[in-house]
Write a protein that binds this ligand. Structure first.
Ligand SMILES: [Zn+2]
Length: 119
């Protein structure tokens, strides 16, 4: 019972935090760690697939241009092309290098410090 209440309140505060973060930073991109990519991908969320943030395999996100395509990025070291997830001291998250779609919508943007920066 207590563990249920603790879990419920943690969940509640997490939701509250998300709510205020959204209110203050409406354009903020959220990164979430998942073991498996959900079948429904939300926009403005980057799904990091892996064991933990030091052992990531792929990143998935909806193209921010609005074309509704899902972009998959390789995060596995020593393979190419490869992107890197960077967590700063201030808890800001980025993916490097930029994402440059050669086909379809041809979007080119950076995800820097939880923001989309168009080139
Ligand atoms: Zn697009």
């Amino acid at each position: 019972m207590y563990s249920f209440m603790i879990r419920w309140s943690l969940n509640f505060f997490q939701k509250l935090k998300d709510f205020f973060l959204k209110l203050w930073f409406p354009s903020r991109i959220k990164f979430v760690l998942v073991n498996e990519v959900p079948s429904e991908i939300s926009s403005r969320v980057v799904y990091l697939e892996g064991v933990d943030i030091k052992d990531l395999w792929f990143a998935y996100l909806k193209c921010p241009c609005g074309c509704k395509d899902t972009i998959m990025l390789n995060l596995i070291p020593d393979t190419k092309p490869r992107w890197e997830y960077v967590l700063s001291n201030l808890n800001n998250e980025s993916l490097i290098p930029s994402i440059n779609r050669k086909f379809k919508c041809k979007s080119h943007f950076w995800i820097k410090n939880n923001k989309i920066i168009w080139t």
